[in-house]
Design a protein around this ligand. Structure first.
Ligand code: GAR
Length: 207
């Protein structure tokens, strides 16, 4: 039997997407284990949540907020030490450098709370409401050298209601994030995601 895929999750905050992936692994909805959860912020509430699930956690503090190859070397070393196959960014608020991409290119997923390429970056729900879109949503994508630009794996569409605030829209989107992120991890670990330029082909399930 193929060994379980080993997933490393990077967070900076609450960690609800991390927990959705952890739960999926515990319930065997994905053929993998979460080997480690790493945060750049020691006070990230998600670290405690991961520990409650019995998962190893690391708080690796960078020297500065800007992206750093030296910092990414430390993260990559920690991931490689734990033989991580797939890296999931889950509310991880740092930009990756070429060092990270060289080590894990094509094996890093990110979740973003909009229908990319609309509204990349920060304060996404506020921007979506101000723009007046009728639909927003969530995107899981491979990470490439730019921010929020990599090939798209799965998206989920969420309607915008007339009385939405950034918080109510974020909550509706988050529920979809918790569905499509574990699903994307499952497809990756099943070897069913094939990147072809900008497009990701989802291969049929074997058998
Ligand atoms: C999620 O909504 C995620 O999509 C977003 O941060 C939140 C983290 O929540 N990520 C980004 O905006 C990345 N650009 P969580 O810590 O509860 O998973």
């Amino acid at each position: 039997m193929k060994p379980d895929g080993r997933v490393g999750i990077l967070i900076s905050g609450r960690g609800s997407n991390m927990e959705a992936i952890v739960r999926a692994a515990e319930e065997r909805r994905i053929p993998g284990v979460v080997a480690v959860v790493i945060s750049n912020l020691p006070e990230a509430p998600g670290l405690k949540k991961a520990q409650e699930h019995g998962i190893e956690t690391l708080a690796l503090e960078p020297r500065s907020a800007s992206k750093s190859e030296n910092y990414d070397r430390r993260i990559v070393a920690a991931l490689e030490e734990r033989r991580v196959d797939l890296v999931c960014l889950a509310g991880y608020m740092r930009i990756l450098t070429a060092v990270f991409l060289k080590a894990y290119g094509g094996r890093i997923l990110n979740i973003h709370p909009s229908l990319l390429p609309a509204f990349p970056g920060l304060e996404v729900q506020r921007k979506a409401l101000e723009y007046g879109v009728r639909y927003s949503g969530a995107t899981v994508h491979f990470v490439d050298a730019e921010v929020d630009t990599g090939p798209i794996v799965l998206q989920a569409v969420v309607p915008v209601e007339s009385d939405d605030t950034p918080a109510t829209l974020a909550a509706r989107i988050l529920a979809e994030e918790h569905r499509i992120y574990p699903e994307s991890v499952r497809l990756f670990l099943e070897g069913r995601l094939q990147i072809e330029g900008r497009r990701v082909r989802i291969l049929p399930a074997p058998g």
